[in-house]
Design a protein around this ligand. Structure first.
Ligand code: ADP
Ligand code: ASP
Ligand code: MG
Length: 414
């Protein structure tokens, strides 16, 4: 008997029929003798519906109440799934995050898990019950309901798998695993059998929403074997491997990620003096706004431009802060551009291969796509371009590196 933690995402539990199908799947694992802890998301787009309701009342809803509201979505699914399991003759018990005692910090709407009390779950497993836990939620020390940020059920599942020392954490979703890029953008995207933990971390942080980044961080930290697979079709899916198998000398590309919800801000004509970057970025991060890609141009005529990106929904707030900064620094102007996106190529062994960057830029040149910002790290190259070219850029890159073919010289699957 082994313990498996399984997570079923929103689309996989989007209707009663689908919940019944998930119950059948779990029944199959029980029949094979496995102990099962299930984490579920809210049904379909329920969380979006709840967000919209809140925004009808308040444009910027009170975070504590937002969490009380959003956590209801998952509570519906846990009860319905337990009913479907009981109907099939399997003992099943549902628990909210607070009932398990998934203890988090008090940062409403993006709380971090601190500790999980596994005793209640273990007692239920002992009695041969399937345990069904509401994803995406916990409680803080004072008993307030918290949520873990959008896509947070992935993190609930991995954290539970770590706490329970499960044999594997299986993330069931609406695609067959992790692909070379979002299969909704590129039809010929290639399913990856394995991906290194490091590459998955980059893909998740650069916009591939198939796994929440915190879930990948947790899996790495606590060495949880993690697999992404389809809730609807048979198959082994993708294993996020903890061991570095790829030889760093061989440039290999795991995939392409894209992100739409960013905005670009430029403070133009700031005096070229020591401490300027700090004076521009400092007040923004002091407000808890996450700053992403940052570039500063070489100075011309004693001034330069500082450009960076932030999440689009924080861009107006950032602009207001920068307007004040610009005034005090006597900078020329602040320019906000919301119509941008970021496209990134991720793979180990990239940095030492200039050929990869030039192939990437050529693919953009061939499509006449203007690159606004370029940043690189050990295992990724990101470009900021006009939002309307997102799909075109992803497709062009996918074919420039021939990623649809696992035998491609660039493929990490060779
Ligand atoms: P769930 O509701 O199961 O949590 P999500 O919608 O959060 O599912 O994540 C699955 C989606 O992630 C897929 O439908 C796909 O469109 C998207 N996605 C983005 N990049 C990738 C990728 N590289 N591989 C697989 N799916 C991806
Ligand atoms: N229901 C939450 C969301 O839509 C959490 C999740 O699905 O992982 O973001
Ligand atoms: Mg998700």
């Amino acid at each position: 008997m082994s313990l498996i933690v399984q997570k079923y995402g929103g689309t996989s539990v989007g209707s009663i029929e689908l919940i019944e199908a998930v119950a059948e799947k779990i029944a199959g694992f029980r029949d094979q003798g496995h102990d099962i802890v299930v984490v579920v998301s809210a049904m379909g787009s329920e969380t979006n519906r709840l967000v919209a309701l809140a925004q009808e009342v308040m444009e910027q809803p009170v975070p504590r109440e937002m969490d009380v509201l959003l956590s209801t979505g998952e509570q519906v699914t846990i009860a319905l799934l337990c009913m479907a399991l009981e109907k099939r003759g399997f003992g099943a018990r549902s628990f909210t995050g607070g009932q398990v005692r998934i203890l988090t910090d008090a940062t409403h709407t993006k709380a971090r898990i601190r500790e999980i009390d596994s005793s209640r779950i273990l007692a239920q497993l002992e009695q041969n019950n399937v345990v069904v836990v509401a994803g995406f939620q916990g409680v803080d020390e004072d008993g307030n309901i918290t949520t873990l940020g959008r896509g947070g059920s992935d993190t609930s599942a991995v954290a539970l798998a770590a706490a329970l020392e499960a044999e594997e954490c299986q993330i069931y979703t609406d695609v067959n695993g992790v692909y070379t890029t979002d299969p909704r953008i590129v039809e010929g995207a290639c399913l990856l059998k394995n991906i290194t933990f490091e590459e998955m971390l980059e893909l998740a942080s650069l916009g591939a929403k198939v796994l929440q980044i915190r879930a990948v961080e947790f899996a790495g930290k606590y060495k949880v074997p993690l697999r992404v697979l389809s809730a609807f079709e048979e198959g082994d899916g993708t294993l996020i491997s903890l061991e570095e198998e790829t030889v760093m000398e061989n440039p290999s590309i795991a995939g392409i990620a894209s992100e739409r919800d960013e905005a670009k801000l430029t403070v133009a004509g700031v005096p070229d003096l020591p401490g300027i970057a700090y004076k521009v970025i400092g007040p923004v991060s002091n407000e808890g706004i996450e700053v992403d890609v940052i570039v500063q141009n070489a100075a011309v005529d004693g001034t330069n431009d500082v450009t960076f990106t932030v999440k689009r929904d924080e861009s107006e707030k950032t602009k207001a802060i920068l307007d004040k900064v610009a005034q005090s620094l006597e900078a020329r102007e602040v320019i906000l551009d919301k119509k941008i996106c970021k496209v990134s190529l991720v793979g180990v062994g990239m940095r030492s291969h200039a050929g990869i960057a030039s192939r990437m830029f050529k693919a953009m040149a061939d499509e006449n796509i203007n690159i606004q910002i370029i940043t690189t790290s050990e295992i990724k190259i990101s470009i900021v371009i006009e939002e309307r070219y997102l799909e075109l850029a992803v497709r062009a890159l996918h074919s420039a590196f021939n990623l649809g073919d696992p035998q491609s010289e660039f493929s990490s699957q060779r």
